[in-house]
Ligand binder design. Structure first.
Ligand code: FUL
Length: 506
């Protein structure tokens, strides 16, 4: 280093460190077109350079979001109303939106979505465009606005606020007269997007139970999307929308192999609608067998898009509150399983907790939520890898345990495989592994295996396929001092942001 001053040497070291672990964000796009003649290598390269938009990345980092199904069904004890319900039935005795949002916040839920209008067309806000709303209910003498109360509580507790607005409307007479209904919908959407502050997510349900002889309404989705982008540009548009994909089940358990980069067909409105609820009675669909993003899919794709999975599930059997389900609230340990198989499978969990007829969340639900939160906090308190010594065939391994998603471990040159070895100070009991990819650089890892050392021999502990934003794997309790993660297959260089080894709380 002849003739190099200490200052410029330090600068050089800083630059190298920066370029290794912190390349620029968003160097790609969340959509790419593939030409018919492009071979596997080009397709893989293109798939890797499809990255989340800023709003998608911020949404993914929320991990936990809440759903609040509340409306006329709460008072008729139904899941799908038919639109003929008398608004006078809506009369919560103690409605307290602050209680809903506070409970969500305590449970680590960082954004909530309220059913402003479900399929029955009844509006939880006093819309100027219909009489079928809270304004004709006895609640607060017809002067109440549930949307406003939830929005205000979200603001108070610093929780994101999202709206569910059902396109399928069984009350509105213009439904089926496409142009007129689309105007009606735009008017309602405009009210919601302009009167309640910042909107984090807009959830358009694909459900439609009209059946083959029912009303045929052609939705003007593009007009709705343009309106949202104009009025609330940071809001993600979910399900019948371009930013967030319905995972394909209402069980809360995502796919073991979950790609956020998928052929853009998955985003076509007709495809989503065909996959959505269409039964006259409410029957949850299941599309979990589908392979959405494997190399096989890339081979056939004409374009690719970043379209991450949202895993919605209710804490109870139904989406709306039914007293008969008070004893069927999912237990904290079931919610843990759901957490591991939604957030831990590269998805965002959208957990529904429905307020009851009083307009309150029930004790039974609150109790399980609190216990679930305790279990999560205790489980993830102590990352056993944090103080381990590290050896790797790649570079920047310390980034794996720095609790920052903006830094990452990666391999040398063009290596698509790599090894990271951890040596703990002493043997520790563990039964859970957590990995996170630096998804701002795309989703890359296709297969990995985790091994522990016994004597001189490395033994299988667990294995997985995709990682994505977060992958959690559980395995039988094991005492471990030497652990290694081998990336066996990746689309270009693997880039891991975090690794964790834990023991599950009981
Ligand atoms: C479905 C709806 O039909 C259900 O009632 C519920 O709102 C669920 C979240 O989405 O498509």
């Amino acid at each position: 280093m002849y003739g190099v001053s200490l200052k410029s040497l330090l600068l050089l070291i800083l630059l190298v460190l920066y370029s290794q672990g912190k390349a620029q964000l968003f160097n790609g796009d969340n959509y790419v077109v593939i030409q018919g003649n492009e071979g596997e290598a080009d397709r893989i390269r293109k798939a890797v350079h499809v990255v989340p938009s800023l709003r998608q990345l911020q949404w993914q980092e929320l991990e936990l979001t809440g759903f609040l199904h509340f409306g006329i069904n709460t008072f008729t004890n139904r899941e799908w109303g038919d639109g003929t319900e008398d608004p006078k039935l809506f009369n919560p005795s103690q409605l307290d939106a602050r209680q809903w949002v506070r409970a969500c916040k305590l449970a680590g839920i960082r954004s909530v979505i309220l059913t402003a209008k479900h399929h029955d067309g009844f509006c939880l806000w006093p819309s100027r465009y219909t009489e079928h709303s809270v304004k004709n209910s006895p609640w607060k003498g017809g002067n109440g606005d549930v949307v406003q109360e939830v929005a205000a509580a979200c603001k108070e507790y610093d929780v994101g606020f999202g709206i569910y607005l059902s396109p399928w409307d069984r009350h509105e007479a213009s439904f089926g007269d496409s142009a007129t209904y689309n105007d009606y919908f735009v008017n309602q959407l405009t009210e919601l997007l302009t009167q309640y502050g910042k909107i984090a997510e807009v959830w358009f349900d694909g459900a439609n139970g009209e059946g083959p002889h029912g009303k045929k309404q052609v939705y003007d989705f593009n007009r709705w999307y343009a309106l949202i982008r104009k009025l609330q540009p940071q809001a993600v548009i979910a399900v019948m929308g371009p930013d967030v994909r319905w995972v394909g089940t209402e069980t809360g358990r995502g796919r073991e192999t979950e790609w956020s980069v998928v052929p853009a067909d998955a985003q076509l409105q007709e495809t989503i609608a065909a996959h959505s609820q269409q039964q006259l009675a409410f029957v949850p669909a299941n599309r979990m067998e589908e392979d959405l993003g494997s190399r096989e899919q890339l081979r056939k794709a004409k374009s690719l898009v970043w379209y991450p999975a949202e895993t919605d599930v209710s804490i109870r059997p139904g989406w709306f509150y039914h007293a008969s389900e008070d004893s069927l609230v999912k237990t904290a340990s079931e919610l843990m399983d759901i957490y591991y198989e939604s957030v831990g499978r590269n998805g965002v969990l959208l957990l529904n907790i429905p307020p009851d007829r009083r307009g309150l969340l029930c004790d039974a639900d609150l109790k399980q939520l609190a216990e679930w939160t305790r279990l999560r906090q205790q489980t993830f308190k102590n990352n056993l890898l944090r103080k381990a010594s590290l050896r790797t065939s790649g570079r920047n391994a310390r980034a794996l345990v720095d609790h920052q998603s903006s830094t990452w471990w990666t391999t040398q040159k063009n290596d698509t495989i790599g090894v990271i070895e951890f040596q703990l100070k002493q043997e520790q009991e563990c039964d859970l592994l957590l990995l996170q990819e630096a998804i701002q650089n795309g989703q890359r890892i296709e297969r990995f295996v985790v091994e522990y050392r016994e004597g001189a021999e490395w033994k299988w502990l667990t294995e997985g396929t995709t990682v994505g934003y977060k992958r959690i794997l559980r395995f039988p309790l094991k005492r471990v001092q030497f652990l290694r993660i081998r990336i066996l297959s990746s689309r270009l260089n693997p880039m891991l942001a975090e690794a964790g080894l834990y023991r599950q709380a009981r």
